[in-house]
Ligand binder design. Structure first.
Ligand code: SF4
Ligand SMILES: [Zn+2]
Ligand SMILES: [Zn+2]
Length: 310
């Protein structure tokens, strides 16, 4: 197969035709840059913290944020922020990849360990929390990560957090919320996360919103990013993994399924956000334990802390 635009060999087949390496790289970058512009994800004065794990999505979004700033002669401060949950035989490998990457592209990197802040790694905390609450590892990890990324991005002076969520991640989250009737949580999705502004919340944005996982993987491979492509040992343990399999299966049978989910969701998202603003019973307030923003009296991280202390 040859490229739709030139005589070069095709590396990917997309809905609008085959693309060679160079045409795919430009297509992918253009898509990400268009998303940043269309949704105003980066402002001139923003100090940017890119939430990184050292995996393909976060390194791709970090690389492209840097490229976007350079190509547009923007002088925003940019740093990478990683959370080390202490997942055995996994996180140390991705953090190694992150170090190599950030050294190569001279990007400052900051790492926050859950062990230092909460006194536990995820491996230590998860069995205890699961016993008390039935929470899965990803539930605990998700609460910790959101909490620490917001707190430390803010403390390091960031006004924007960029994440590497791709189209597959978002389609999974949308379907999970539908299946569980979490309309309120669904309202927090979209290229810009959240519903309400609060001075303690740093807005989170997703430049890879329209990029399917397989395109991000190919981009990282073709760019030669040194990534070990390891999977978290807990990744298959949760509800999300089953939704992921379901959507992959559907996508294989009916091409365009994931894009369809995103498109229809974006159609109703403004209505969901508006409804959430009007109905929101629990305004964001400061957690009575730690002072971080919370929906309710005590934040989720402090609730986990209380379970660990019993
Ligand atoms: S797969 Fe789950 S436990 Fe592993 S890093 Fe992701 S959220 Fe955390
Ligand atoms: Zn081409
Ligand atoms: Zn708290």
């Amino acid at each position: 197969m040859t490229c739709h635009h030139c005589p070069e060999k095709s590396v990917i087949s997309l809905q609008h035709g085959e693309l060679c390496k160079n045409h795919f790289l430009s297509y992918f970058e253009e898509k990400v840059f268009k998303t940043i512009k269309k949704y105003h994800l980066i402002g001139r004065k923003d100090s940017i913290s890119v939430a990184v794990s050292g995996g393909k999505d976060s390194l791709t979004v970090l690389y492209l944020t840097r490229k976007y700033l350079r190509e547009n002669n923007l002088e925003n401060e940019l740093f990478a922020l990683a959370i080390d949950e202490g997942i055995h035989d996994y996180r140390s490998k991705t953090l190694q990849d992150l170090d190599v990457f950030c050294a190569k592209y001279t990007i400052p990197v900051k790492v926050v360990k859950t062990k230092d802040v909460f006194g536990h790694t995820l491996d230590e905390a998860y069995p205890v929390v699961n016993k008390g609450t039935k929470k899965k590892p990803c539930n605990v990890c998700g609460v910790w990560r959101r909490y620490l990324l917001n707190k430390y991005a803010r403390e390091f002076g960031a006004t924007k957090v960029i994440t590497g969520h791709n189209l597959d991640d978002e389609a999974q989250a949308i379907v999970m919320n539908w299946f569980k009737a979490n309309t309120s949580l669904a309202a927090h999705l979209g290229p810009i996360s959240g519903v309400e502004d609060h001075e303690l919340f740093v807005p989170r944005v997703k430049p890879l919103y329209f990029c399917p996982e397989k395109e991000v993987r190919l981009y990282a491979l073709l760019k030669g990013f040194q990534i070990q492509f390891v999977e978290c040992p807990y990744a298959r343990a949760g509800y999300r993994a089953q939704i992921q399999d379901l959507l992959n299966d559907f996508e294989q049978k009916y091409k365009g399924t994931k894009q369809g989910i995103i498109n229809s969701f974006l159609d109703i998202l403004p209505l969901l956000k508006e409804r959430e603003r009007q109905q929101n019973q629990e305004q964001i307030q400061e957690c009575q334990e730690c002072g971080e923003p919370a929906h309710g009296r005590v934040c989720q991280a402090c609730k986990i802390k209380a379970v660990l202390a019993t």
